[in-house]
Write a protein that binds this ligand. Sequence first.
Ligand code: ADP
Ligand code: MG
Length: 238
Amino acid sequence: MLRVDHVDKSYGDEEVLHDVSFEMESQDVEVIVGPSGSGKSTLLRCVNRLTEIDDGAIYLDDVEIHDIDENDLRRRVGMVFQDFSLFAHRTARGNITLGLEEVLGLSSEEADARAMDYLERVGLEPQADSYPAELSGGQQQRVGIARALAMDPELILFDEPTSALDPELIGEVLAVMKDLADEGMTMLCVTHEMGFARSAATTLTFLDEGRIVERGPPEALFDDPEHDRTAAFLGDLT
Ligand code: ADP
Ligand code: MG
């Protein structure tokens, strides 16, 4: 359902992604790990065209993403950000209804009902009328996930969704992500949570300096990596 085909991306003279290729099937959970600056966020941003690639191509269900209307692409490919990116002046529910009304064109009643369904799904129905500042980081990120889910995307991109959280709040977000994975959501996740990678990933990719060093089933990379760099990196994380 997603095919990243020989993608290159530079910022000025700095090549950030070099000949990156991989494919995901529907219901796959792809986990990407790599050092800071290795191009992980750039790769995710290329998939939903927040960033444009220089060379290669990206296909969603065999259609090149430039041939997909940009609104349509953003609806079909959801994104969850490290810093939550919630609208501070809108309630939890209001953060979810915005896209439902403006992108999907639902009436405010329909949007409201759908937002409540998804807040319930992430365990936040009681916080529906709270503003982000009144929520913990873990709760804010669960709103971020509910907001992405409510658009009924085919694929969700997660960019280090727990990196900004205090350690005691990471588990509640990972639990929501694990549930989604178990339900068959197609997920492309940048995360250093190796417990999640082991238990939820269909495929683990190690990206270093903009190149895929190694990619395969998580057990293979953890227990029998082909490259010393993979072993060293994963060894430091676990
Ligand atoms: P990661 O998410 O793995 O930490 P990024 O994709 O954020 O890596 O960044 C990869 C490299 O690209 C870094 O060297 C970063 O400084 C650079 N970079 C990222 N975004 C931009 C941008 N908008 N303009 C210029 N350089 C950027
Ligand atoms: Mg990043």
